[in-house]
Design a binder for this molecule. Sequence first.
Ligand code: C2E
Ligand code: CA
Ligand code: CA
Length: 810
Amino acid sequence: MMTPPAGGSARKFNFNYSVINHEVMSHYAFVSVRNDWDTAVFSGRPEPLGEIHFTVTSLAVDRSNGSWTQGFRSVFNLGLQGLTVGLAVTISHAVSIADGITDPVTWLAVVVGTVVADLISSMLVAFAIGVAERQLSRRRLLSAIVPAASLAVVGTALGLVGMLVISVSSWGGALLVVVLVVALYGHRAYGRFLAQHERLGQVYAFSQLVEAAKPEPAAFGELLEFIRETLNAGRITLLLWPAEDSNEGAAGPTTLRVDADGNADWSAGAIRRDPLRDAVRTDGRGRLVTNRHGTLDGPDWAALADRKANEVMVVPLRTSDRLLGIVEVCDRQAKLNAFSAEELRLLDNLASHLAAAVENQRLVERLRMQAFQDQLTELPNRIQFTADIAQVLEGADSDAAYGVAVFGVDSVVAVNDTLGHDAGDQLMIAVADRLRRLPDSAVSVARVGGNVFALLLRGPDIPAVQALVRAWHERLYPPCQVGDLTIELALSGGLAIWPAHASDAAVLLQRANVALQAARNTGESIVTFAAAMEHGSLRRLQLVTDLRSALAAGQLAVHYQPKVSLTGDHIDGVEALLRWEHPAYGNVPPDDFVPLAEQTGLIGPVTTFVLDSALRQSRSWLDRGERIGVAVNLSVRSLLDPELVGQVSGALARSGVPAELLTLEITEGTVMAEPGRSIPVLHHLHELGVRLAIDDFGTGYSSLSYLRRLPVDTVKIDKGFVIGMGSDAGDLAIVRAIVELCHSLRFQVVAEGVEDELSRDLLRGMGCDTAQGYLISRPLPADRLDAWLAAWLAAHAPDGRVRRLHVSGG
Ligand code: C2E
Ligand code: CA
Ligand code: CA
């Protein structure tokens, strides 16, 4: 019945379809003239021989490859048209065509014929599409059949009306033409409206998809596939210019192609330029190039030939201020009709949403980069380095040793202070450059802290890794050039080794840092981690946590150490010293936890606690008729606390202890840390009547004449000199000089750390006023101090009677 196209490139086919009654056919042929698959224009002319000859006058066949399928499809369509017409006629005839067009029975017959014929043809079409696209569903069949049936009824009714009109008067045809033109116009407008509505829906759906897409390159495959399917295109390509801020060489993949089967494929490399892309790039307008009529030549033809395509749409991928790339869509897939200006607009619209997704992904990429890279040196940062170690360790060779070495560039602190942070930055960049020139043994390099770099090294065993680190340390050591200056590098190194010291990446790095800290503390150049080191830092961490609750839990207590006069035989007051009985660590010395309290801001409540306890103790002695002054130590944070003066006067008022019984001890360093702020505070305290003492004198750098200008009453010679004075002539000379100078400046002098009688006698010989130290008493809890006081007084009573205490301050 049909003649297949020879070679698929023919533009005309003939086929015949036999019908039973050509007369009926000549009347009713029009009812079936519709096509819902391909746009093929054909004309049909019933022949009086009982045959109809259909001549295809225009049929698009894929001429790029002369596809037989395309031709077959068209022939299938035409055959179908014929079959539909034939069926309609046959069925109508079978039902009844008795009394001509005016008879309702005829109408019914015609309607039945056309509906049945259309249903069959629609099902065949749906079936054919289903077979071609390998998905046959009941939904697809229904969606083809329902509109086909209704259209058939409406079309047939209109046709019958037309015939009736014409059968009454042939002028009726003119009226019909008017009605048809109006209906056609309305139909087209409605069609346009529907199409627009559908496009809006597609753009909206795409924008939703963009919004839901993960900001990573993998998501673009899905987005492109959506566009390809929406446009029913053979393939789609996304071409991205490299991001402006991506450094050269690091440019990632630039081209993403999605083919007709939805397979996405990224590729890298420079984007090939051609006049079409250049034009879009220049003016930012989309282009549609088609060669459906085979008449194209020149650059447009070349552009298509280049893409092995019959038609292509190229649109820019742009944001409000930038062109990020272009999107190209080639060839309609299943339809014979070509891309239109409408589709170009749709593609343009979809591309603008895609551009937003690309930009979003680049932003995320940039942020991700910043999150994993050190901005100054462009080396991986700690997070990335830890991930790198983890990855290497995952595939680690269990016979080998992997070392994480950290190098602290200690000189950068001095460089920052003296030459400014720019110079410090340059120094870090110079060190980073040295580290980048790695030997193979270093797997990875990173900057893991302000002035700390890290290396991941591999060696056959621990000594080999240690040797590597030493070699690296030497390599890093030569002075660095920063601008015109040559800077000596002070480098400390810490090393932790897998699997000996840790099996986990983060712990390994942390332990290398603990080792680095140990190197800094001991002054050694490189230290390998040892378990004992960590206990110290773990304990510190635990102490910080526990200190908060220690106060409330009553674990803190104040002990008192008496000071006695060297010139007369009386008690010169007591020093309040803080004690912490930790449930796990036992007695924690104040030197261990007071600095932690300072760092964590807990020193305020701690000082308040000591102040209140000491004054309460002094009060209870007063109540017993004993005037014993108390000395309380102040740290820097306490001295600079704006509440301090109010706090002290409040505590004095609450306890009712006279101000002159309270001494506040501060070190030189405490005053000198911020003299501008601390000196006015000292004056305010002095105005309250409180006595002030300089603690640990001799360890700082301040001159006594400077201290004279402060409202200070007492100087306490640091115990370091006092303990050594019996055996060290230098210490003895220092103590003697301090005592003499203090007296000439009218300070009272206290020597702390008096441990033996020789020291006490030497001090007494120099005329030092007061002694404090283990020789007299260790710091004691209040009740034991009471016992000590009683014993001391008994021992020092000249006539065996208990003397009253003589008090000369705190
Ligand atoms: P400091 O103010 O110089 O206190 C004197 C330290 O020397 C005390 O140590 C004391 O027990 C010790 N000492 C006394 N006599 C002798 C001796 O004959 N030989 C030796 N070798 N040592 C002696 P402690 O109690 O361990 O206190 C250490 C430091 O902790 C204090 O040094 C002080 O700076 C600080 N501290 C103690 N209590 C407080 C406090 O309540 N607040 C503040 N801010 N700091 C405190
Ligand atoms: Ca003290
Ligand atoms: Ca001291």
